[in-house]
Design a protein around this ligand. Sequence first.
Ligand SMILES: Cc1cc2nc3c(=O)[nH]c(=O)nc-3n(C[C@H](O)[C@H](O)[C@H](O)COP(=O)(O)OP(=O)(O)OC[C@H]3O[C@@H](n4cnc5c(N)ncnc54)[C@H](O)[C@@H]3O)c2cc1C
Length: 423
Amino acid sequence: MSEHSWYAHSRNLMLDNTVVLAGAQRFDVAIIGGGVTGCSAALHLAERGYRVALLEAGEIGAGASGRSGGQILPGLGTELSVIEQSLGHQAAREVWAMSREAVRLTESLIERHAIDCEYSRGYVHAALKPRHERAMKAWRDEMATRYDYDGLEWLEGEALKRHVVTDVYLGGLYEREAGHLHPLNYTLGLARAAQNAGASIFEYSRVTDIARGKCVRVSTAQGRIDCDHLLVAGNAYLGGLVPEIERKIMPVVNYIIATEPLSEAQVAQTLPQRDAVSDANFVLDYYRLTQGHRLLYGGQVSYSGREPRQLVATMQRKMRGLFPVLENVAIDYRWGGRVAITRNRAPHFGRLDHNIHFVQGYSGHGMALAGLAGQLMAETVAGQSERFDLFAGMKHLDFPGGRRLRTPLLVLATTFYRLRDRL
Ligand SMILES: Cc1cc2nc3c(=O)[nH]c(=O)nc-3n(C[C@H](O)[C@H](O)[C@H](O)COP(=O)(O)OP(=O)(O)OC[C@H]3O[C@@H](n4cnc5c(N)ncnc54)[C@H](O)[C@@H]3O)c2cc1C
C-alpha cells in the first residue's frame, strides 16, 4: 500500500517556471504558503496588477490543500452561534453569506481557469443517533428562519438510500450547494492561473526569517525578498516561524484511505450519485467517490502527530460497517495531513503589522473558505479591508500549556467528545 496520497498519483498538472528563490529580489507582495489560501491570494493580486512572489516550502499543494478530503462546503468549522456570541447576529449573517460566496467562488475559479479537478455537487450530513437527528432538524430550521438558507433537506428511508446505500444512518440532511473535488489538482490549477496572471512561484523555498518594517524582508536559505506587503498563509505547517499566531492553532493530523476502483455494481450499492458524506460525530468520518470510483474514506485523527495503531484496519472496519458490499475491497493508498484547529473552531484572520496579514485555523473546513480568504487578503492589500476585518474581529485565545503541553491538554479535552460519540 502506498503512503503517498492518491492525489499525488493522479495529479494532472506539472507547473512550469517554478524555481528556488536565489539572491535578492523585490516584489510588491510576498506570500508565504502554496496552499489554496496563498494561491488564491497570488491569483487575485496578480489580476489586480501587483508584482507577486509566492514562496512555498515544498511543492505547491504539499500542505493540507493537496491532501484534504476535497469537500467544498459553505459554513465554518464552528457553529454560527459562536460568531453570533462574539460579533452579533448581523455579522454572523454576513459571515454565513461570505461562506456561501466561497463555494460559488470555487466553482467560478474552476470554470474561469478551466481547472480539471473532478468538481461535482451533492452532499449528505448523516445522522447516526436520535440526538444527531434532533440537532440536524433544529439546524435546518434555524438556517431557514434566521439565515434565509433553505439549502438543507431532511431525507430518510428510501429517499436517503438514493444517495447513500446503508442501513446505518437514521437520516441525513442533503445539501445541494455543497460538493467535492480533487484538492491537489484544484490547488495546482489555482497556482497555474496565478502564474498566467503574472505571479512568480518559488518552490522549495522555505521562509526562515521575517524582518518587519515599512519594507518587509523575508529570507530563505538561498535568497531574500523585499516587499511592501507580506501575507502569511502557512497554516498548520509554519513550524515556529511566527509563534505569536501559532499559539492560536493546534496542528492535528487527519488521515484518509483510498480503495481500489469500485465496480459499477459496488458504486450502485454505496454512493450511486457520487455525493460526499460526513457523519455528525465530533470526531467525524467523511467519504466520497472519485471520478474513477475509488472510495476515499477519512476521519481518524492523531493529536500527537504519531500515526494511530491499526489506522487502516480501523478505517476499513468503519467503511465495511456502513457498506458490507466493500468487505473484500483492497486499500491502495493511505495518507495524512495537518489540520490547524483554533480553540473555538472559527478561522483566524488578522494582521501582525499594518502591512503583514495572515489567515489560518480553518479547523478542517477550509477548502472553499481559503479561496475566499485569499481574495479578501488581496482586497485588503488594495485598501479595501472591510470584509477581511469582519472575520478579523473574532477574538482567538491561545491554546493553554504552550507548545509542549497544549497537545496533552487537547487530547484530554477531545477524549470526552470521543466518549460522547460512542453514546
Ligand atoms: C486530511 C485532511 C482532510 C481535510 N478535508 C477537508 C475537507 O474535506 N473540506 C474542507 O473544507 N477542508 C478540509 N481540510 C482542511 C483544508 O484542507 C484546509 O483548511 C485548507 O487546505 C487550508 O489551506 P491553506 O492554504 O491555508 O493551508 P495549506 O494547504 O496547509 O498550505 C500551507 C502551505 O504553506 C507552506 N508553508 C508553511 N510554512 C512555510 C514557510 N515558512 N515558507 C514557505 N512555505 C511554508 C506549507 O508547505 C503548505 O504547503 C482537510 C485537511 C486535511 C489535512
